[in-house]
Design a protein around this ligand. Structure first.
Ligand code: V0V
Ligand code: CO
Length: 145
């Protein structure tokens, strides 16, 4: 069901400052930036590698306000790893399957994610303390088995 690690999400106070750090320290490149009002974040994707069904990335996240998932996380825990996102071939199917196995799926239906993806979150308390995201990359027109 999980094809690859799509991204690791890192919460930060200052997106521009963290982008500059990752670029100069690891020679990584920003391939997308987006303000996602629904998720309460300003985010940037730094490309690591290409894999089956999509790439893998670091996602840097700055909250749009204190009363957002990332804003609350920063207040409670400070900067650090916020979530791990797995690539799946079909996010709606993965939500059904995983939900049927007793893990709380936080979204009733897939939401809009970065780079045109469809995403859904699994409750960290059911995932060993790790907020987990499911990601379906946009259909590129390639035949998926
Ligand atoms: C909260 N908790 C976490 C956590 N956030 N544990 C591990 N990792 C995290 N990131 C723990 C927290 O310490 C509490 O445990 C408990 O969960 C309840 O937290 P809370 O602060 O009271 O907050 P809630 O319950 O209001 O919300 C927590 C959840 C919320 C996870 C339900 O943040 C959520 O719905 N997140 C999904 C959406 C999201 O995170 N969007 C931003 C990324 P204790 O202290 O009581 O033990 S957007 C994104 O990735 C995009 C757009 C993309 O990839 O394209
Ligand atoms: Co994410």
């Amino acid at each position: 069901m999980f094809m690859r690690i799509d991204h690791v999400g890192i919460a930060c106070h200052d997106l521009e400052e963290k982008i500059a750090f990752f670029e100069r320290t690891f020679d990584l490149r920003v391939v997308a930036r987006e303000t996602n009002e629904e998720q309460g974040v300003k985010e940037a994707m730094l490309h690591i590698a290409d894999g089956e069904g999509g790439g893998s990335y670091i996602q840097l996240l700055e909250p749009l306000g204190p009363d957002t998932p990332v804003g609350k996380f920063l207040a409670k825990r400070g900067e650090g790893v916020h979530h791990v996102a797995f690539g799946v071939p079909d996010v709606a199917e993965a939500m059904r399957e995983i939900g049927g196995r007793g893990v709380r799926v936080l979204d009733a239906e897939p939401r809009h994610g970065t780079l045109g993806s469809s995403i859904a979150f699994l409750h960290p308390k059911d995932m060993g303390g790790v907020l987990t995201e499911l990601v379906q990359a946009p259909d590129t027109g390639d035949a998926a088995p």
